[in-house]
Design a protein around this ligand. Structure first.
Ligand SMILES: Nc1ncnc2c1ncn2[C@@H]1O[C@H](COP(=O)(O)OP(=O)(O)OP(=O)(O)O)[C@@H](O)[C@H]1O
Ligand SMILES: [Mg+2]
Length: 389
């Protein structure tokens, strides 16, 4: 296979923050970048060489991108896999349409994991109200009813305490095909970012420890505070999945660690991932550079950790009274600010993140939390209020 070398053009379907950071790394390495995304001036378009303002199901725009690119990739699972399949006749597409097809439907993904023998919470498909009644006996409670497609940050999910709540949950989720999954009393959530190259070679980033708030990733800490055995198991699962899928590129596997040290797969993202943002600053090679290397057919980079770190997400809630006081982050030498250039801040929307480096990750976490608290607090504190005229 011929490698796509610097000077070549990377076509990216999706123009959010993942596409933006991919484009930043690609530009640094001398590539040209084109993006398809419906939002004018989207985060990736601000960095890319060209942008087609088009929806993800616009085949013509995708074809136009492919005609100008040496390789096409994606940064979001919402891309119709049929569009990827069409592009495959034109240009190398990595990861492939078949990988996306397996992952983007939660039920298909879970059935793939089951067939391949990877551990996961008990689940069952729920397609209609008859299956809602049957599901009650199959999974056990508490449980979570999850939409099959398009879910992120806990959207399209309803917690179900007991069998009597199932019909209500089914209505809440809009009577659409779903998966009912046992709620797992996990001790910790971790994720593993693995890269697989065109020849099947793999490199694994350090296991990351994740804390979610209201189903949205809040912090990632690396290294994760897990035993060597859990670490090996998590890496083994992630590599096994990448191999079984025939994945090319970076992939994230979100997992639950239970009290007894067993590890269950929560879900797979066939792309760069929020819980891998720490790599862009804390590792020799970032997940974005690694993804580029994989899809371009280059040797994979060194994923080693340069410094223990904590990543904290900055959500739109911090913008409700205008731009946060950035000096809070900028005045701290061991903190690194990333902003995604999104025009509109909404509550719960990921607007940026901060990395805090410290050999002691408890200390890094305290600093990260106090940065976020200060970004929030500063404007409502009396000293920052504008004096009355
Ligand atoms: N079966 C479960 N048991 C316990 N907690 C769960 C379960 N499923 C989901 N959660 C919690 O909700 C979070 C989000 O769930 P999940 O990863 O399925 O959602 P998502 O909407 O696909 O999110 P994203 O794509 O943003 O990661 C999980 O990280 C976990 O904290
Ligand atoms: Mg998730």
């Amino acid at each position: 296979m011929k490698a796509v070398l610097p000077g070549g053009t990377i076509g990216v379907l999706g123009g959010g923050q993942l596409g933006r950071m991919l484009a930043l790394e690609a530009k640094r390495m001398g590539y040209r970048v084109g993006v398809v995304d419906p939002t004018p001036d989207c985060p990736a378009a601000q960095v890319a060489d060209f942008h087609f303002e088009a929806s993800f199901d616009d085949l013509e725009a995708a074809r136009e991108l492919a005609s100008r690119a040496d390789v096409v990739t994606f940064e979001i699972e919402l891309i119709p896999s049929d569009i990827l399949a069409q592009l495959e006749t034109q240009v190398p597409v990595r990861p492939s349409a078949s990988v996306l097809r397996t992952i983007q439907d939660r039920l298909v993904q879970k059935e793939f994991l089951k067939r391949a023998g990877f551990p996961q919470p008990p689940f069952t498909s729920v397609r209609d109200s008859r299956e809602v009644r049957e599901a009650a006996g199959l999974v056990g409670f508490p449980a979570v009813l999850k939409g099959r497609r398009g879910g992120y940050d806990g959207r399209n999910q309803v917690f179900v305490a007991g069998p009597d709540d199932l019909q209500d949950a089914w209505q809440t989720i809009g009577s659409r095909p779903t998966v009912l999954e046992a709620f797992v009393p996990f001790k910790m959530e971790v994720s593993v970012i693995v890269a697989r190259g065109v020849e099947g070679e793999m490199r694994v980033f350090p296991v990351a420890e994740n804390v979610h708030r209201e189903h949205i990733l809040h912090t990632t800490r690396v290294p994760a505070r897990v035993s060597e055995q859990v670490q090996r198991e998590a890496e083994h699962i992630a590599c096994g999945i990448a191999e079984a899928l025939g994945h090319v590129g970076v992939m994230a596997v979100e997992m639950f660690v239970l009290d007894d040290g067993s590890v269950l797969v929560n879900e797979i993202a066939p792309r760069t991932h929020n819980s891998g943002h720490y790599t862009f600053g804390a590792c020799v090679t970032s997940q974005f550079e690694q993804h580029l290397r994989a899809v371009c057919g280059l040797p994979l980079g060194d994923p080693s950790l340069l410094s223990p770190a904590v990543m904290v997400n900055l959500l739109g809630d911090l913008w409700l009274e205008g731009a946060p006081p950035w000096d809070v982050v900028l005045s701290q030498g061991n903190a690194r600010l990333h902003l995604y250039g999104k025009a509109e801040a909404r509550a719960g929307r990921k607007m940026g993140h901060v990395l805090v480096f410290d050999a002691d990750t408890d200390q890094a976490l305290r600093e990260a939390e106090s940065i976020v608290a200060a970004l929030r607090r500063d404007r409502s504190s009396p000293s920052c209020r504008r004096p009355p005229r």
